[in-house]
Design a protein around this ligand. Structure first.
Ligand code: RRO
Length: 310
C-alpha cells in the first residue's frame, strides 16, 4: 500500500529520517537501516570532523524543537566509507548529506564523491542555519546559481538540494527558475525555520547556549510553512525533479498532507528525535489508516492532488 519508487528502486514506504536526527554515528545509521523507514540520510558532513556548537544545543518543546547544533559531524570520509561498505553489501538506495564550510570546500567534497565508487544519492545541504558568521547559501540566489553551475560541470551522480523555507512568492519563483536549469534528482523542503527564539518563562532564559539562544525550529510550528514550500516547488519545478517533504510530521495525517502537496518522500526530524526509530512503525501504520479511511490504495492515488477553492 505504501510502496514507492525512487530512482527505480522500490521502497517499502516513503519515510526517512531528516538529516541531523539519529544519523551521526554508524550505530545510529545501522538502527535507521534496520528500522521501518523506507530509506535514510546521513548527518550533513563537512570535509573534516567538527565538534559543533557548545551544549545545550538542542531542546524539545511542547510544539517542536529548537536547535543550534553547529554542524557537528565525523567528516565526509566516515560517512562515505559507511555508505560504500553498505553498497558493496547490496544496499540499493542511500542518501549522503554534505555541505562545505566554503565555496571551494563544497566543490572539493562533491568531486570526492564523484570520484568515489559511491553510486547512491547525494543530498547537498544549502541551508544550515546555525554556523555563526556563515549565511545560508540558499538565501543567496546568485551564489546558489553559480555554485550549481560549477557542480554540474563535473557531477554526474544523483544529487538533490536541501533548501531552507521561503516565505515570499517571488522567492519561490526565483529559486525554482534557478533549480530548473540543472539536472537535479530532487529538492528537499524544508530545513529548520532559521533563528527562532524559545524562552523558558520560569527562568526568564533562553534554552540553548549558542548564538544567544537563537536556533532552527522544527516540529508542529513549521508544518504550514513546510507544506507551502513543497506545494510551491511542486507547482514550479520540472516534473523530472522529485520533491522530498520535510517539516512538521507528527502523525500519519501530516504525511498524507505532504504527499497531497506533491512530496515523493517524506522526512521526519523532531518527532524522530522525540520517539526514536520506532516512530517509523507508528507512522506507516497511521498513514495506512488514513488511506484506508479515504479509500486510497496507493500513494499515487492522491500525490500532488491538493484541491484549491475555485
Ligand atoms: O548542524 C546543525 O546545526 C543543523 C544543520 Br547542518 C541543518 O542543516 N539544519 C539544522 O537545523 N541544524
Amino acid at each position: 500500500m505504501l510502496k514507492t519508487n525512487f530512482l527505480d528502486v522500490e521502497l517499502s514506504n516513503p519515510l526517512m529520517n531528516a538529516s541531523g536526527v539519529h544519523c551521526m554515528t554508524t550505530k545510529e545509521l545501522d538502527e535507521l537501516a534496520t528500522s521501518e523507514a523506507g530509506a535514510f540520510v546521513t548527518k550533513t558532513a563537512t570535509r573534516d570532523y567538527r565538534e559543533g556548537n557548545p551544549e545545550p544545543r538542542y531542546y524539545d518543546t511542547a510544539l517542536g524543537s529548537i536547535n543550534s547544533m553547529g554542524l557537528p559531524n565525523n567528516g565526509l570520509d566516515y560517512y562515505l566509507d559507511y555508505v560504500i561498505e553498505r553498497q558493496r553489501a547490496g544496499a540499493k538506495l542511500q542518501f549522503l548529506s554534505v555541505t562545505g564550510m566554503s565555496y571551494d570546500e563544497n566543490i572539493a567534497l562533491l568531486k570526492k564523491i564523484q570520484e568515489s565508487e559511491y553510486e547512491g544519492v547525494t543530498e547537498f545541504n544549502l541551508s544550515c542555519p546555525n554556523v555563526p558568521g556563515k549565511p545560508q547559501i540558499a538565501y543567496d540566489f546568485e551564489l546558489t546559481d553559480k555554485l550549481l553551475a560549477e557542480v554540474f560541470t563535473f557531477f554526474t551522480k544523483p544529487i538533490g538540494v536541501k533548501l531552507p523555507p521561503y516565505f515570499d512568492i517571488a522567492h519561490f519563483d526565483e529559486m525554482a527558475k534557478i533549480l530548473n536549469k540543472y539536472p537535479l534528482t530532487y529538492v528537499n523542503s524544508v530545513n529548520s525555520v532559521g533563528n527562532g527564539l524559545y524562552i523558558d518563562l520560569d527562568k526568564e532564559q533562553v534554552v540553548i547556549k549558542p548564538k544567544g539562544g537563537f536556533g532552527g525550529l522544527g516540529g508542529e510550528y513549521i508544518k504550514p510553512t513546510a507544506l507551502a514550500n513543497v506545494r510551491a516547488f511542486r507547482e514550479r519545478l520540472n516534473p523530472s525533479i522529485k520533491i522530498i517533504g520535510t517539516g512538521g510530521v507528527i502523525n500519519g495525517k501530516d504525511i498524507f498532507e505532504h504527499i497531497l502537496c506533491g512530496a515523493d518522500l517524506v522526512q521526519v526530524g523532531t518527532t524522530l528525535h522525540k520517539e526514536g526509530v520506532s516512530v517509523f512503525a507508528r507512522l506507516t501504520k497511521e498513514l495506512q489508516e488514513v488511506m484506508k479511511e479515504k479509500g486510497y490504495s496507493s500513494l499515487d492515488d492522491f500525490r500532488g492532488k491538493l484541491k484549491v477553492i475555485e
